[in-house]
Ligand binder design. Structure first.
Ligand SMILES: [Zn+2]
Length: 280
């Protein structure tokens, strides 16, 4: 068999001096391959760990609950939950599934750059830009993004967000909400995700002008309770606005007291999620 034209004949392996660089490169390549395989195994093993499976179950339940409560839109938008091991990896709903059909084994594991690590489905690349940035920069363990109708409707008004002094449901969010007033089109870059994360300024919830909302938290059950009651509060404000009558807010200090009281009643959030687990 002839050597292809233009390529030098391979140096015989028995010629000691010429052998070392090739052997070293091969060794290096092997160690990279072993590292990649080991990483793959670790990700797959981590995906199956009981504590990660519990997170996958809860994330899937939150998605089905959101569909049940009318907060979903097509096969768009994402809920994500960071693994609690400091690895910056997070769980995410997959591309192309309705929220109502998502089960624990449909959830995918991705890294901070949005690369698929484990799970049987593909990932929508655009999910990364907002979620990765909010996990990393705003230090939020759970991020829920929706275009839910009434919250989105308020993001279209000149106020850009909920008035947290109106209904009792709204008051639980007093001091926890921000508005990002700069709509820049679809969030299709890391820079846009980072800009949104920066606009949160530590808030748990951000209304995205002309777009939707992000609801974040330390736990899936608490964040879902916030998501649900945020939409209820926004619905009440939309209905009140539709009456055409002037609105009658409570005092800001009363709203702040209600927010503190609601934070002390988190058992309600956990019982709500437990009830959803029994029924969905
Ligand atoms: Zn969106």
């Amino acid at each position: 068999m002839s050597t292809p034209k233009g390529r030098a004949s391979p140096v015989p392996a028995s010629r000691g001096g010429a052998r070392k660089p090739g052997a070293a490169r091969r060794l290096l390549e092997s160690s990279h391959e072993i590292g990649a395989v080991r990483r793959l195994v670790d990700d797959a093993a981590d995906y199956r760990r009981p504590e990660v499976r519990r997170l996958r179950c809860d994330l899937a339940l939150a998605l089905r609950a959101a569909a049940h409560h009318g907060l979903a839109e097509g096969v768009c938008n994402h809920f994500s939950a960071e693994l609690p091991d400091g690895s910056a990896r997070f769980l995410l709903n997959p591309r192309g599934l309705l929220w109502s059909e998502v089960g624990a084994d449909d959830i995918v594991l991705v890294d901070a750059q949005g690369r698929h690590l484990a799970g049987r489905h593909a990932v929508e690349p655009t999910a990364m830009f907002i979620h990765a940035a909010v996990h990393r920069l705003a230090r939020k363990a759970v991020v829920m993004h929706t275009h839910m109708p009434c919250a989105t409707a308020l993001a279209l008004t000149a106020d850009r967000m909920l008035d947290t002094t109106l209904s009792q449901n709204a008051m639980r969010f007093h001091g926890r909400v921000r508005a990002d007033t700069h709509y820049n089109g679809l969030a299709l870059s890391a820079e846009e995700g980072e800009r949104i994360a920066g606009a949160m300024h530590g808030a748990d919830i951000i209304f995205l002008a002309n777009h939707g909302v992000l609801v974040c938290g330390a736990r899936i059950d608490h964040a879902y309770d916030d998501l649900y009651y945020l939409e209820r509060a926004c619905q009440a404000q939309c209905l009140a606005l539709s009456s055409g009558r002037p609105l009658a807010p409570a005092r800001a200090d009363v709203a702040a007291r209600v927010a503190a009281q609601a934070e002390g009643e988190r058992l309600q959030s956990e019982l709500f999620f437990a009830a959803l687990r029994r029924t969905l």
